[in-house]
Write a protein that binds this ligand. Structure first.
Ligand code: FE2
Length: 180
């Protein structure tokens, strides 16, 4: 995992969009906006992931394959829609099994985009209410484990005035601004 400020330059979303020189973001700075990260080597990952899942109450999981081959004609549309800025009313938990990609999360209160480059062995938890988006990178494929508690509530609420007023969004902002 490598996190850094997104350069906001126009161009293909799959490019790194890293400033020159890069403006890195630490794991602690991610923690301050309630984004959690663990590194769990893919070889023998099961036991460690099981332990974290048990501790945090993630009872269920499935695997998602995001690639041109997997999504076929829907690929371009999916890639565009994953990249719409949105939030969920539940955590988004991903463990990367193979491939690479980018999660972009909004920093509070700056509203800057932080880009998180993910690779196999990364376990990332985005809290409910955080604005974020996802894209593949130029390798065009990623395979990830999605972990969830009960029924997954992965409905994306695109950023809007209405979503700004969503109680999960308000709750998130309260959580990350206390003590800031
Ligand atoms: Fe999402």
């Amino acid at each position: 995992m490598r996190a850094y400020y997104y350069d906001n330059l126009p161009g293909d979303q799959r490019l790194p969009h890293d400033y020159i020189p890069s403006r890195p973001v630490s794991v602690e700075a991610l923690k301050a906006i309630d984004v959690s990260y663990w590194s769990v080597p893919v070889e023998g990952y099961q036991a460690k992931i099981d332990a974290i899942a048990k501790e945090r109450g993630y009872k269920n999981r499935d695997t998602i394959n995001c690639s041109k081959e997997g999504l076929k004609e829907a690929y371009e549309d999916k890639i565009r829609s994953f990249f719409e800025e949105h939030m969920h009313e539940d955590e988004e938990i991903r463990y990367i099994l193979s491939g690479t990609g980018f999660f972009d999360v909004r920093e509070t209160p700056s509203d800057a985009w932080i880009r998180i480059a993910i690779e196999p062995g990364d376990l990332l938890v985005l809290p409910s209410g955080i604005y974020h988006r996802f894209t593949l990178d130029e390798s065009n494929k990623i395979q990830a484990l999605r972990l969830f508690k009960e029924e997954p509530k992965w409905i994306p609420y695109n950023r809007s005035e209405e979503t700004d007023a969503n109680p999960y969004r308000a709750e998130y902002l309260k959580r990350v601004t206390v003590g800031a």
